[in-house]
Design a protein around this ligand. Structure first.
Ligand SMILES: *Cc1c(COP(=O)(O)O)cnc(C)c1O
Length: 410
């Protein structure tokens, strides 16, 4: 793989060498070694400044080291950080109330990573299928989509359609059926009496910011409800203001039975994830059915409470909607058609699709890094742009200038 000729200092090179020598090589990072962040900006070990247009895959919607998050971290860390669920703590209850009220009611179950929350949703859907829908034991089916991304556990990669995610990691768990994304009729055809749930991303982020046809989510929701199938929205990446609404499903008239959240739920400070849903599903769990040592710990909950308040107080949904429109309109008008096939997305979850004849996404993301804009290719010809939602308009204007120049360079 051709490495970019980014002028790396000895210090930067030293850190990369440590990764190469002692780490597992399960990532291919852009060779930038970050040491500090503030809002939409990050600095490398040599003090060079970059605009962060990835936001840790949408986990830093609130911006780097938000002062309110820093204050909450210090305050809660000096009180109590971990109790386990063997006891109650004074942060979990208020967090559950605030989160469920934001989601329109119901109950919530806290976990840590996104993948754990997806695992939890699968367990809940199956339990609901056996207890409520009366599916025969071990026959429950869950419908998922082609090119899905729901995490990296062995169960989850078992229903991935990406050969690399699966290769050499089998055997896999059964009970999943893959259908094309964006095709509601395919869902209708896939449902059998044993189908307990449809698990879907409202926009497929990792697949390259694939926006389904308008009305798709509403139609799937309707089909699920008609067939007594749970509609599960994985909003780990699309949720929490990223697409211009608090949740992406709110762009359409639908109501998921289970909502899966993660990433920005911890404001970039602490891993926390959740499954939110109605009592008719969440209420089926009994003590001992499920758990997590760190899930619902007071430090995570305190930080998440502040993370949710920031989203609302700073109206980051509106910022994402407005700046997203600016981003797409400007680039659609300015980028050369010979190089860029499409600019797509919603809110501040966007992608540039490059003409294969114009080179790889990696080439352009490296060019952008040289210009001080950090974005990461997600597929061979796709670059995703997902800056912190606190990004200032003048920073966005500057980034657009850099993107235009990088794509017009030859
Ligand atoms: C990131 C992501 C996950 C997995 O979250 P982790 O915290 O990395 O386990 C699951 N689903 C979607 C849609 C994601 O973007």
């Amino acid at each position: 793989m051709a490495e970019m000729n980014l002028p790396l200092s000895d210090l930067g090179r030293m850190h990369i060498n440590l990764n190469d020598q002692f780490g597992a090589h399960n990532y291919h990072p852009i060779p930038v070694v970050l040491a500090r962040g503030e809002g939409e900006w990050v600095w490398d070990v040599d003090g060079k400044r970059y605009l962060d247009m990835l936001s840790a895959y949408s986990a830093v919607n609130q911006g780097h080291v938000h002062p309110r998050m820093v204050a909450t971290l210090a305050e809660q860390a000096s009180k109590i950080t971990l109790t386990s669920r063997a006891f109650y703590n004074d942060q979990l209850g208020p967090w559950l109330k605030e989160l469920t009220s934001l989601c329109g009611g119901g109950r919530a179950l806290p976990m840590n990573s996104g993948a754990e929350a997806v695992e939890t949703a699968v367990k809940l859907a199956r339990k609901w299928g056996y207890l409520s829908k009366k599916v025969e034991q071990d026959k429950a089916e869950i419908v998922v989509c082609d090119a899905n991304f729901h995490g990296r556990t062995t169960m989850i990669v078992g229903f991935s359609s990406d050969p690399q995610y699966r290769a050499d990691f089998g055997p896999f768990a059964g009970g999943f059926k893959i259908i094309p994304y964006g095709d509601a009729q395919a869902l209708k055809n896939a449902i059998t009496p044993n189908t307990v749930a449809f698990l879907v991303e409202p926009i497929q982020g990792e697949a390259g910011v694939i926006v389904p046809p308008e009305g798709y989510l509403a139609e799937c929701d309707r089909i699920c409800k008609q067939n007594n199938v749970l509609f599960i929205a994985d909003e780990i990446q699309t949720g929490l203001c990223r697409t211009g609404k608090m949740f992406c499903f709110q762009h359409e008239t639908c109501k998921p039975d289970l909502l899966i959240l993660g990433k920005a739920l911890g404001g970039g400070f602490y891993p926390i994830s959740a499954v939110v849903g109605d009592d008719s599903v969440l209420g089926l769990l009994k003590p001992g059915d499920h758990g997590s040592t760190f899930g619902g710990n007071p430090l995570a909950c305190a930080l998440s409470r502040t993370a949710l308040k920031i989203l609302q107080d700073e109206q980051l949904d509106r910022r994402a909607a407005d700046l997203g429109n600016l981003f797409r309109n400007r680039l659609r008008a300015k980028l050369p058609k010979s190089v860029v096939r499409e600019v797509r997305g919603k809110g501040l979850l966007n992608a540039i699709e490059i003409e294969p004849s114009a080179g790889t996404a990696r080439k352009y993301s490296e060019r952008l890094a040289l210009r001080g804009v950090l974005a990461k290719e997600t597929r061979t010809t796709t670059i995703r742009f997902a800056p912190p939602l606190v990004i200032r308009q003048e920073s966005m204007e500057w980034a657009l200038q850099q993107i235009e120049e990088a794509f017009c360079q030859d």
